[in-house]
Design a protein around this ligand. Sequence first.
Ligand code: SAH
Length: 223
Amino acid sequence: MIASADQIAGIGFTSQRTRTRMIRRLIDRGIENEALLQVLARVPRHLFVDEAIASRAYEDVALPIGEGQTISQPYAVARMTEILLEEGPAQRVLEVGTGSGYQAAVLSQVVDVVFTVERIRTLLDKARQRFRSLQYRNIHSRYSDGSWGWASHGPFDAIMVTAAPAAVPEPLLEQLAIGGRMIIPVGSQDTLQSLTIITRTRSGFTQREESDVKFVPFLSGKS
Ligand code: SAH
C-alpha cells in the first residue's frame, strides 16, 4: 500500500515541528551539509520503526527494530552520509545492513542509485514494503551476507557498512571504484568501534579514523 500524505506528514511527536527539532540538534552536533539536512527533515523516520515506538523516532537515539537489531541514531546516519558526500557527489552506492531501510532511504535522496543488502529475511521484507509504500524507486535490495558485497552491480562510488565487523571484508575493498570511499565501523563488540574511512586510490587504499561509534555486530551467513 502507498503511504498517505497524512501518514508521511505525521502528527504530534512525528510532526514537522518535532523533525525540525531533530535537525537543529544535528546542526548543533556539527552536521553542515544543507542538502542532507533537508533530506533528513523530509524522510519520515517514524515510518521506519514499529508504530508502538513511532513517537520516539525523532529522538537522537538508536531504536529497536526486532531481531536484536536497531535503526541507527539520526546523528550516525547524518554523519556517515555527510562523510560519504564529502568529496562530491556519488552515483552508485552499496549499503551493507539494510535493517529498517532508513539509511538506504536517506541515501536514495542524495545519490543516483542505492544497492542495499541484509542478512535477516524478516527485516529485509519489512524494509522492502517501506520502500514500496514510500515510492523510493532507486533502491535495489538483496537478501544476502554482505561480506561478499554485490559484485554484479559494482564497482561502487561509495560503500557504507552499518554493522561492525572485526576487520574490513576483502570483497568490499575490491568492489570500491578508484576514487571511491568506504565508511565502516571497525572493531569488537566489547569496546567502541572506530568509524573508518577508506579511499581507493590508483595505487592502493588510504585510511583515516574518525570518532568512536557503537554499532550492532556484522555477522556472517543468512538468517
Ligand atoms: N542501516 C540500518 C541499520 C540497521 S542495524 C537502518 O538504517 O536501519 C545493522 C543491520 O546490519 C542489521 O539489520 C543486521 O542484520 C545487518 N547485518 C549485520 N551483518 C550483516 C552482513 N554480514 N550482511 C548483511 N547485513 C548484515
